[in-house]
Design a protein around this ligand. Sequence first.
Ligand code: HEM
Length: 104
Amino acid sequence: MVKYLVIIGVCLLTPPVWAKEKTVSMEELKLHNTSASCWILIEKSVYDVTEYITVHDSLRYDIRKWCGTDSTRAYSKKDQSGKTHSKKADLLLRKYKIGFYQLD
Ligand code: HEM
């Protein structure tokens, strides 16, 4: 019985995944083009990677120039290196998703 109450409690307290995701336009994306607030678009999703910038610095590549932009190509090719990000990087990226991109 207690087990079921705990499960119901967790379900009520945990917001659904889609609740924290919003729709972002190019206009709004472009506003977040600094290291103080860095959003990037990859495919159809928008990520707030502000907190990840300094971590990526330690990988000896500065991602600041991609803040506020469609970084799909840059991310998939590690800029111009032609290499792809690892599965680990793709999983990590999911953590920073804040919404979906919507055409203006
Ligand atoms: C925005 C455009 C981005 C570009 C152009 C870019 C480019 C690069 C480059 C050049 C490296 C170092 C070279 C190498 O390890 O092969 C690297 C490594 C890495 N990046 Fe990015 N990166 C971007 C965004 C991100 C984001 C948003 C994440 C995760 C949230 C991420 C996660 C990683 C990880 C984990 C590595 C270590 C190697 C790997 O696992 O593939 N990167 N990236």
